[in-house]
Structure formats: structure tokens, C-alpha cells
Design a protein around this ligand. Structure first.
Ligand code: ZN
Ligand code: ZN
Ligand code: ZN
Length: 366
């Protein structure tokens, strides 16, 4: 496929730029992004051996080989038998590279063994090479993210319409319900479905548990999954069972304003940290500066969290095709919390939010 050949060309270009002689990719999203093949996270080694010049080889366990869609224009397939030593095979294919970049999610036991076999090489993480390339989505990838977000939006709309029963159910039950709805709307896998009620909503990554949802509580729902084509969704909306108290309404207005201002600020050329700064300024001016305790967003694509990160200290400028979440939150420990999250794409024409369901604090279950 021309798309993979183009990605391979750009990857080699960046390896040259960064003086990386050899790229080694195993489990994780770099390999499917580059070749269309996703390695199983097994104790048996799968590894793409990609020299900056020279042919690439995909080393796979013999029993996995039938799953590989062969692309001879991209790589040679090299299955290994159960009695072979795959690390020795990779080392042999590697030759004597001065510098190696190895996939960030490669199992440590293989990295340790490979480093022993290639003792004179210097090592870095493959994301140094692939991160900035993968961060800029092409139009097909943006379309895939748009479909993923639309599927998540349909579930969020059901939540806001009161179609997901809340009062009297546990957070865990509602989480499982949201997961089933993600699948029903077209996802192939559920990656997470945070449901945090009342004071639990003050914990950003709360693990949905046995707490029964009552009347008069905020219910923070942050959920996402992976579509059959590999691209991810991620959305956060909050609903309230019954009328929210005035203080929560105020907090929520500040949060809505911060989220909208950050989306507006996500224009091409703006440093990532400035988008974070905009959300943070609005929340600080609203009186909740100490209660926004995480970065504003993360890139999204074949992985839920990838480059670019919208965080203080990241001065990288937004570029066309960058896709990321904008998800400020305000958390009052022991009381309540709220977060609003959309996926946004930076385009020449301006920031394009892919999630379009309303942001307001919907009142449900009354
Ligand atoms: Zn999160
Ligand atoms: Zn999320
Ligand atoms: Zn997120």
C-alpha cells in the first residue's frame, strides 16, 4: 500500500536526520502504523529490523506468520522456529549499528538481551523517531478519528438524554453499561470507562467501584475505545442526578469556559504549552487554580495517549493534522469534581473539535 511505503520513507528520512542507524519495533503502535501488522504481546519475540538504508525484515514466531499480511515492497518476512534464538537472529540482521532506536513498549527482557548482543551501539527510544511523524495525522487518519469520536458521541448523547440508568446502580455497573454501548456503536474494544460519582469525581482516574449512585450527585464519565481500524476515541461528560447546587454550577461554568477557550486557542503554530496555559488561566481566574491537577491534553491516534502532549514545558508548535484531547478538570477533594473532554484536530482552517455533543451539565434521573 502506498501509504505504508510513504510512512517508511518518512521514517527513514527522520532516522537519517537523527543519525539513527537502526530501528527495532516490537509490540506497540509504531509497527502497525508502519507496516499494518500488530504484534501480539507474547513472550515470543516479534521484531521489525529496519536499517536506515537496506531492506527491512520482520522477524516473527513461525506460528504467527500466517497472520502477517506480506508486503514484500516493505519488508522481508523471517519466521523463526520454536528452537531458534530470535534475539540472535535480530542481532545478526542488525549488523553493527552505531545507534539503535527501539520501540518504547518493547519488553525489557528483549531490550536487555539485545543490548548485550550489540554492546557498542548507543540506544534511544523509537518514539524519538516515530512520535512526531505519527502525531501528524493524514486525512484518512483524521477521518478514522472522526468516526471514533462520533461513535463515542452517540454514547455520550444517550448519557445526557438520561437513557443510561444511574440512580440506584453502582459506578461499576454504569461503567460496564457504557462499555457495552461503546461496542454497540461500533468500537471493537473498550479501553476504559471511568464512572465517578459525588466525591469520587474529585479523583481524575477513579476506578469505578461498588459505590451506589444517589440523587443529587455529579457523575463524571470518561470513556473511550478502539475502533476496528485501530483508531481510538476518548470523551468526558458530566451529568447530575437532580438539580446541582449553586457552587457546582459556578465551578462548572468556569470549567466550560476554560475548555472552550483552550479549544479556540489550539490553532496551528501555537505552542502546546500555551493551550494548556489558556485553560489554566481561566480556571485560576475563576478561583480554582490549585484544583486543576493535570495537563490539559494528550495526542490520540492508534494509541489513547501519544504525542503531542498539551502540558507546560512542551514548546512544540501545533501543526496541521495534530489530534489531541482538550480536557481540563477541577477537583475539590472530598466534595466533587468535573472534567470536560473533546478530541480536537489542528487544521489550517482552525481547530476542529471531533466531539460535538453539548458540554453543559445535563440534569438526568429526576
Ligand atoms: Zn486521563
Ligand atoms: Zn478521557
Ligand atoms: Zn483523554
Amino acid at each position: 500500500m502506498a501509504m505504508y511505503a510513504e510512512r517508511l520513507r518518512r521514517t527513514r528520512g527522520r532516522m537519517e536526520e537523527l543519525d539513527v542507524d537502526l530501528l527495532l519495533l516490537s509490540v506497540g503502535a509504531d509497527l502497525p502504523w508502519l507496516t499494518g501488522y500488530r504484534a501480539m504481546p507474547l513472550e515470543r519475540l516479534t521484531m521489525l529490523v529496519l536499517p536506515v538504508d537496506g531492506d527491512a525484515t520482520l522477524v516473527v514466531p513461525r506460528l504467527e506468520a500466517p497472520r502477517v499480511v506480506e508486503r514484500p515492497e516493505l519488508f522481508d518476512l523471517r519466521p523463526w522456529e520454536e528452537t531458534d534464538d530470535p534475539v540472535a537472529l535480530v542481532a545478526e540482521l542488525a549488523g553493527a549499528p552505531r545507534s539503535v532506536a527501539v520501540g518504547d513498549r518493547t519488553w525489557a527482557r528483549f531490550v536487555v538481551e539485545l543490548q548485550a548482543r550489540l554492546p557498542t551501539s548507543s540506544w534511544s527510544a523509537a518514539s524519538v523517531v516515530t512520535g512526531p511523524l505519527r502525531a501528524r495525522k493524514d486525512s484518512a487518519e483524521v477521518a478514522a478519528l472522526r468516526r471514533a469520536s462520533a461513535a463515542a458521541d452517540r454514547v455520550a448523547a444517550q448519557l445526557q438524554a438520561g437513557e443510561v440508568p444511574l440512580v440506584g446502580r453502582t459506578e461499576a455497573e454504569v461503567s460496564a453499561d457504557l462499555g457495552r454501548r461503546l461496542l454497540a456503536e461500533g468500537h471493537a474494544a473498550v479501553n476504559f470507562a471511568i464512572v465517578a460519582a459525588g466525591a469520587n469525581a474529585a479523583s481524575p482516574h477513579h476506578n469505578p467501584g461498588p459505590r451506589v449512585i444517589g440523587v443529587g450527585e455529579i457523575v463524571l464519565c470518561d470513556f473511550g475505545g478502539t475502533m476496528p481500524d485501530g483508531y481510538c476515541s476518548d470523551i468526558t461528560r458530566c451529568v447530575h442526578t437532580g438539580e446541582p447546587p449553586a457552587e457546582l454550577r459556578h465551578l462548572y461554568r468556569v470549567l466550560e469556559e476554560a475548555q472552550a477557550a483552550a479549544v479556540d486557542a489550539a490553532v496551528v503554530g501555537t505552542p502546546c504549552e500555551d493551550v494548556d496555559g489558556v485553560a489554566r488561566r481561566v480556571i485560576t481566574e475563576g478561583g480554582y487554580g490549585d484544583h486543576f491537577i493535570h495537563r490539559t491534553g494528550h495526542g490520540i491516534g492508534l494509541e489513547e495517549h501519544e504525542d503531542p502532549y498539551l502540558v507546560g514545558g512542551n514548546c512544540e508548535a501545533l501543526a496541521p493534522g495534530h489530534a489531541f484531547s482538550i480536557e481540563p478538570g477541577i477537583y475539590l477533594a472530598g466534595r466533587f469534581g468535573a472534567r470536560i473532554e473533546d478530541i480536537v484536530v489542528a487544521a489550517a482552517s482552525g481547530p476542529e473539535p471531533l466531539n460535538v455533543v453539548p458540554h453543559g451539565l445535563a440534569v438526568v434521573d429526576v
